[in-house]
Design a protein around this ligand. Structure first.
Ligand code: OAD
Length: 253
């Protein structure tokens, strides 16, 4: 389905709906200054994820893995939500968007005012002890350049999903339910390469949803699962869709 201007088409698909859901990935936070994982500026270009982002690697050499994690904590701590995060919160406020499922751990959807956010890969706000399970706010324990430790002496792990860890069960259940029952799924800024998050668009599509992809690049979803591809950055696309929604079908961009 690609008829005319994809922004106007996306707005047409969203207008009057109360059951849209967004699935977001690292791309939505790029314009907040957090680089994506893949691609030339990506974190995985600098750190091999199999060496730095698996649970096994963390358990074997936590101090080494904390070098990469420290960078993520610092990036997330410095970032502020952008127009795409705020735009999704606005769509939620308008009653159009029911939930955001995010693979991001930066907390920027909530910072933008979104209320129903499902954090599929956890978040950077908390640190958990891998020995006694005690939890701490990250800002309380983290000092740049060091691996934070628990009062029991063990090294703390951020409450994010590393490769080899299961998705938190509640997040997985809620995300699946949203995917199965939404009318439109907005897929924003994800390369859709990491399972099981990359299955969410397929689940939604199979259950009858229209899948709208917002991404400056084509992905594995573009010509297979997506019904519509809006080929722009997240901020441009979401802003333009909101303008089109407020001004009617013929609103110039
Ligand atoms: P990726 O880095 O794989 O993909 C980012 C996507 O964002 C790419 O498709 C880009 O084209 C797109 N993009 C870049 N700039 C954009 C912009 N300004 N607006 C919109 N899109 C833009 O990130 P994810 O798909 O989120 O998991 O990666 C999924 C998971 O892989 C992450 O959650 C993380 C990582 O390993 C774990 O660590 C478990």
């Amino acid at each position: 389905m690609t008829r005319g201007d994809p922004v106007l088409e996306a707005a047409r698909l969203l207008r009057g709906r109360t059951d849209a859901v967004a699935l977001t990935g690292a791309g939505i936070s790029v314009e907040s200054g957090i680089p994506a994982f893949r691609g030339w500026q990506g974190l995985w270009g600098k750190y091999d994820p199999m060496e730095y982002a698996t649970l096994g690697a963390f358990l074997r050499s936590p101090i080494k893995v904390w070098r990469m994690l420290s960078e993520m904590v610092a990036l997330c701590g410095d970032a502020a939500p952008n127009a795409a995060h705020r735009g999704l919160a606005e769509l939620e406020g308008m009653g159009i968007l029911r939930a955001v499922i995010t693979q991001n751990v930066d907390g920027l959807h909530q910072a933008a005012g979104a209320r129903n956010v499902i954090e599929y890969h956890g978040n950077m706000e908390a640190l958990v002890c891998i020995a006694c399970w005690r939890r701490y706010p990250t800002r309380q324990r983290w000092v740049d350049g060091r691996a934070p430790t628990c009062d029991c002496g063990e090294i703390l792990k951020p409450d994010v999903v590393l490769f080899g860890e299961p998705i938190p069960w509640l997040a997985q259940e809620r995300a699946e339910e949203e995917a199965r029952t939404c009318g439109v799924l907005l897929v924003i800024g994800t390369s859709a390469q990491v399972s099981p998050a990359c299955d969410i668009p397929r689940v939604a599509k199979k259950a009858g949803a229209t899948v709208v992809e917002i991404n400056p690049e084509e992905t594995a979803l573009t010509r297979t699962v997506a019904d519509l591809h809006v080929p722009g950055t997240a901020t441009d696309a979401v802003r333009s869709i909101l303008i089109a929604l407020s001004g009617g079908e013929g609103t110039p961009r």
